[in-house]
Design a protein around this ligand. Structure first.
Ligand code: MN
Length: 712
């Protein structure tokens, strides 16, 4: 294929092409592929030129053809994408980049059993339909020259990939011509004996009835002419693959297969189609059950035609397809045909390509082919991302999915034990949003638990449900523990002997199936310990009930009934659990904090270095907590300062003025030591955070009469 020939063929259907750019691409491709050779021994650049030629057969635009010429330069030579952009502009660079990405993807997928997902990935990664069409042309030429590839395993792998990925893509885009050729080439590699056998028999049949097809064509022409219908009749023997497919589907032998010849009648209008059908059915016997009307009900890829099977002239069973010229163009060129029709006239209806729906919406609204190209972004599967496991398995996930979603999608056990993730070999945060084609490796540790914080960024229902379930069960366990110790303590107070047997009556009374549920309900504050004990020990507590009938209900430390008071600003707390800030250290937002589960008190929050904390605390009772960042927490906390100042008139006033200037309130003041010269004070102020308190400290230190300020 010479350069000028290529350009002439392209000009024949698009006179507006940029000839200089095309020539430049031609020369550039030959130059950079240089002395590289194909496995066939041909110079490498013959391949991009053939790909460009296929794209011209498909009547694609000039940019697609240039992309075909350049499609392997970035992948296989030293050329960079930046150079392509400088020389050929941003749009061609974008298209070449798209094809290069798809080529890299191919190397990644040894495993094709997940073909459907892989096809979706290919579509999702082809931001522009032309990327996909160039890729198809590339694959078609590679398949045509596959017999030159020496390693049989490699040949089979490429053929299998073609059958599973590219044949269905060509079919869905309605490109019948390429679909048939890819299919037959793939079949000849994957099942060479069968291919040869069918071909041999077809050849024999063809020879023995060389004139059969011609005779039938003549007869079909005669009957249509007699009826006054102008049409074009053609006939062919079906491809080995389609015959083999039929033999498999219908479970018949080659000898039993009668309709191996197919005839096509092309007419001008839809009305002509039905007229031609009427002629066929009145002139020949039809085989019942074989008539299909794909004009009134087009296939998903917009294939439209009438199919029928007849006992034709010479008493052969023949398949006849009847369609308009336009329908035929669409069936051969698929999506590419729309360039053509857009130029010559408006589309009849907007129903083409159901699976390319969004593409067509754009098509209907745009005015010219250029605009159509510009807006032809494939939006299929844009709400999904497809990622690989280290073994090459493809996992489909919703858009914005994170490694945690990925882990749960593989197996819930893996999700539960996740501690980290590597994306494309690099350790990344678990909240990272995954991209198409990412390879994700999940790092797990035994006995690890899901973190409640994950719930904020996971997007899959499965991950969310598992995390919630875990948090609920953990919460219930802790409420249970708290409830049990509340009951034990109350028993001791009331002089009762604590025994779990006694609570069976209470279970019935409060409608709980298990004692753990009862404990949890007490811990959560649904019932007070006293209420439960009153039911569990009815006789012993009766007297006391009488005496104390008027007293307030048992003091509950549990906050569940006033959820508004539970600070939502602390990470690691169980919602609904009783909590309060320790009086010894007055923790403030910004401080490092821990929680201590205390019997009868819920969780007490201390600063992590609080001196008031006993060293003998059971580590199981300690919770790791932290303040949430950037919350709109307007709650005020108490900060306590020790202040020493000179006993002078106005000293106290200057201190309170400084505090209120910083938007804080002085809420308590205690003189701990007083001499003639100095006063020692404990000052409680309301502050928003540790930082706020630090500002107050600094302000107080700047007052001349104040000698000493320190947080306690
Ligand atoms: Mn290539």
């Amino acid at each position: 294929m010479s350069q000028s020939e290529l350009i002439e063929r392209l000009k024949a259907y698009d006179p507006t092409i940029d000839e200089d750019l095309l020539n430049k691409a031609f020369a550039f491709s030959i130059k950079v592929h240089g002395a590289q050779l194909r496995e066939s021994g041909d110079p490498y650049f013959s391949h991009p030129i053939e790909v460009a030629s296929i794209l011209i057969d498909m009547k694609l635009d000039c940019y697609s053809v240039i992309t075909g010429l350049l499609h392997d330069t970035v992948e296989d030579t030293v050329v960079t994408l930046e150079e392509i952009e400088t020389l050929f502009g941003a749009e061609i660079a974008r298209l070449v980049n798209g094809v290069t990405k798809l080529s890299k993807l191919e190397l990644q997928s040894e495993e094709t059993r997940q073909a459907e997902n892989f096809r979706k990935l290919v579509i999702a990664m082809s931001s522009d339909i032309r990327v996909l069409l160039v890729k198809l042309a590339d694959r078609l030429h590679n398949m045509r020259t596959l017999h030159h590839v020496i390693a049989p395993e490699k040949r089979r792998r490429i053929a299998r990939e073609t059958m599973e990925i590219y044949v269905p893509l060509a079919e869905r885009m309605g490109i019948q011509g390429i679909k048939n050729e890819l299919e037959d080439l793939g079949f000849s590699v994957l099942n060479p004996e069968m291919h040869e056998s069918i071909k041999g028999r077809l050849g024999f049949l063809h020879k023995s009835s060389e004139s059969t097809i011609d005779t039938i064509i003549t007869d079909l022409n005669r009957v249509t002419q007699e009826a006054g219908l102008s049409c074009l009749v053609s006939g062919r023997v079906k491809t080995p693959y389609s015959i083999w497919e039929k033999m498999q589907k219908k479970n018949v032998t080659f000898e039993q297969l009668s309709d191996i010849m197919a005839f096509r009648i092309l007419v001008d209008t839809v009305a002509d189609c039905y007229q031609a059908l009427g002629i066929m059915h009145s002139q020949y016997h039809l085989v019942p059950g074989r008539f299909k009307d794909y004009i009134s009900t087009p296939k998903a890829n917009d294939y439209r035609s009438l199919h029928t099977t007849l006992i034709g002239p010479l008493n052969h069973r023949i398949e006849v397809q009847i369609r308009t010229n336009e329908m035929h163009q669409v069936s051969e060129l698929g999506v590419a045909a729309h360039w053509e029709y857009k130029k010559s006239g408006p589309l009849r209806d907007g129903k083409q390509y159901v699976w390319l729906r969004s593409l067509l919406d754009i098509l209907d609204q745009t005015s010219g082919p250029e605009e159509f190209l510009e807006h032809t972004k494939l939006e299929m599967f844009q709400d999904q991302v497809f990622c690989f496991t280290p073994k090459g398995e493809l996992i489909p996930l919703p858009k914005d999915a994170t490694p945690v979603d990925f882990a749960y999608a593989i197996h819930s056990g893996i999700g539960d034990r996740t501690v980290g993730a590597k994306i494309n070999g690099r350790q990344m945060p678990l909240r990272t949003k995954l991209q198409n084609g990412d390879q994700v490796e999940i790092i797990t540790v035994k006995n690890q638990c899901p973190s409640p914080t994950w719930e904020r960024f996971v997007v899959t229902g499965k991950a969310r449900a598992r995390i919630r379930r875990f948090v609920r069960s953990q919460q219930r366990e802790q409420f249970g523990e708290l409830g049990k110790s509340l009951l034990q303590k109350t028993c001791v107070k009331e002089g009762l002997v604590y025994s779990e047997k006694n609570f069976s009556a209470a279970l019935k009374h409060f409608h709980y199936p298990f004692i753990a549920d009862l404990f949890a309900s007490v811990g959560e504050g649904i019932h007070t310990a006293k209420e439960v004990i009153a039911v569990a020990y009815p006789t012993k507590s009766e007297d006391k009930q009488k005496n104390k009938a008027e007293t307030k209900p048992a003091e509950s430390f549990v906050n569940a009934k006033t959820p508004g008071k539970v600070p939502v600003c602390i990470n690691g707390l169980i919602p609904g659990m009783a909590m309060h800030f320790a009086g010894c250290c007055h923790p403030l937002p910004g401080d490092k904090i821990i929680g201590v589960i205390t019997t009868g008190k819920g969780v007490t929050i201390h600063t992590h270095d609080c001196e008031g904390l006993s060293l003998s605390i059971d580590p199981d009772r300690v919770l790791d907590l932290s303040w949430q960042e950037n919350t709109d927490d307007e709650n005020l906390h108490v900060g306590r300062l020790k202040v020493i100042f000179l006993n002078k008139a106005g000293s106290l006033a200057s201190m309170t003025a400084a505090i209120s200037k910083l938007q804080s309130n002085l809420i308590n003041l205690k003189i701990t030591h007083r001499t003639a010269e100095f006063w020692d004070l404990l000052v409680d102020v309301e502050v928003k955070s540790a930082e706020h308190l630090q500002n107050i400290e600094a302000a107080l230190r700047s007052i001349p009469v104040i000698n000493y300020v320190a947080r306690i």
